[in-house]
Design a protein around this ligand. Structure first.
Ligand code: ATP
Ligand code: MG
Length: 432
């Protein structure tokens, strides 16, 4: 079982490490009575990943070292153990089922663990390893739809689970990067699961929502219903594609295209009008170093088709899921590319569903649609309360969930409680 790490008398220190395609971000949180207080956030450009997967161990380890050294310096606290996020198209998931007999009079945590263990005793190809075994439904003596059977009376416990697996090589490479940076990985967490932890509130998970994390390299989708993660998918389009389109379309170097996108980029017909009309002409530095003045609408003309393409793919993924009879009532966009001006409104139009941007805590915007998860997170201010840091914050919350006593569970859902109990089991599998 996971050790509790008491770093100071008041609480426990948790470090989340988001190894992303564009940035590596380390977040240190202090878990206390009231929830999580973020002590420091640091972010360094990432050069060793492509589409969410490590392709250069040395470069990645170096960025990790820098990000970690930075929070160590800011907080004066040494970091040894981290919760790290994993993503990429190598992630594959499937459903499974397990059943056990209850020995005592009522269901205990151990029974739940045994039921999940039995559901995870499935054939997994040698080149894959299990990252998560997430219950989607408990059935006690034939009664289904039970969210948390602990404490209930019964003789036979069945469980449906959603098993998330990753390619052994990708998992090992990520672990190697952390090891080279002098870190020990307590747990590997599917990135969209972490992002969901930071941005979704329990009602949304219950009603059914799609969390869409649009990063630099990929777009990760996680579909929730009845509190549980039910489906995940990875789309091979992210912010870098938008930047590339601008780079090619305007013949400017990639970094200049990135600047233009962030500063002037919008999907114009959906963007708030002042953002578009305020800048009719834009100066850009072309590949030959010459400054050219272009109409801002060129930029949105470039961004529009890519946005449509991405939203169509997201729509297909949600529809395929709904085809299975599960309704989704809204979409939460997160990740850096969700900040593209007008993209959220365009998503609403294309997906015909309410869409909001997921911030780790309530956004500084007086728009009720822009609420954060409503979690007990303190100390996350200014630029760091951004969809860019949703995964990092989620990793800290995930870690917090596994050391907090049950009754203090932050997200008050069973997910963490059960996953927490599985940490030891997880380690056996990963550390072969
Ligand atoms: N204001 C903005 N407008 C448009 N795009 C933005 C804005 N701010 C950031 N981005 C884009 O967000 C992307 C980075 O997002 P994020 O930090 O979530 O990605 P990542 O976690 O590094 O990548 P991934 O999750 O795909 O591995 C970049 O492509 C960046 O250009
Ligand atoms: Mg990311």
């Amino acid at each position: 079982m996971m050790e509790k790490r008491r770093r100071n008398s008041e609480g426990n220190i948790i470090v989340g490490l988001d190894v992303g395609t564009t940035k590596i971000c380390a977040i240190m949180g202090d878990v206390n009575e009231d929830g999580v207080t973020v002590l420091a956030v640091s972010s360094h450009p990432s050069n060793g990943l492509r589409k969410g997967v490590v392709i250069d161990i040395e470069a990645t380890a170096n960025s990790i070292k820098k990000a970690v050294a930075d929070i160590e310096e800011k907080t004066g606290t040494g970091v040894r153990e981290v919760y790290v996020g994993i993503a990429g198209s190598h992630i594959k998931s499937f459903n499974s089922y397990g059943a056990i007999g209850i020995k005592g009079k009522e269901v205990t945590h151990e029974d739940v663990e045994r039921a999940i263990d039995s559901a995870s005793a499935v054939y997994v190809p040698l080149d894959r390893e299990i990252l998560h075994v997430l219950p989607t439904d408990f059935i006690l003596d034939g009664q289904d739809g039970i969210k948390d059977p602990v404490g209930m009376a019964g003789v036979r416990l069945e469980v449906n689970v959603y098993i998330v697996t990753g390619a052994v090589t990708s998992v090992q490479n990520l672990l190697k990067c952390c090891e080279r940076a002098g870190l020990e990985v307590i747990d590997i967490v599917l990135q969209p699961l972490a992002s969901a932890e930071a941005t979704l509130n329990p009602y949304e998970r219950d009603m059914g929502v799609a969390l869409v994390d649009i990063g630099g390299g990929t777009t990760d989708i996680a579909l929730y219903k009845d509190e549980w993660l039910r489906h995940t998918a990875v789309l091979g389009i992210g912010g870098n594609h938008f930047t590339n389109d601008i780079s090619i379309g305007l013949r400017v170097p990639f970094p200049e295209a990135e600047r233009i996108k962030k500063k002037y980029g919008s999907v114009s017909s959906f963007a708030p009008s002042q953002e578009m009309n305020g800048t009719n002409d834009v100066d850009v530095v072309a590949i030959d170093g010459q400054v050219r003045t272009i109409p801002a609408k060129y930029i949105s003309e470039i961004l529009q088709p890519r946005s449509e393409e991405l939203l169509e793919l997201i729509k297909q993924e949600i529809q395929a899921f709904q085809g299975g009879g599960i309704a989704v009532s809204g979409v939460i966009l997160t990740g850096g590319s969700s900040l593209l001006s007008g993209f959220d409104r365009m998503a609403e139009a294309v997906l015909s569903m309410p869409v909001r941007i997921g911030y780790p805590v309530k956004a500084p915007r007086e728009d009720p649609g822009y609420e954060g998860r409503g979690a007990d997170i303190q100390g996350l201010n200014g630029e760091f309360n951004s969809p860019i840091y949703a995964t990092g914050v989620g990793l800290v919350l995930y870690g917090a969930g596994s050391i907090m006593p049950d009754e203090k569970m932050l997200s008050s859902n069973v997910f963490n409680r059960i996953v927490a109990k599985m940490t030891g089991w997880f380690r056996r599998i990963v550390r072969k």
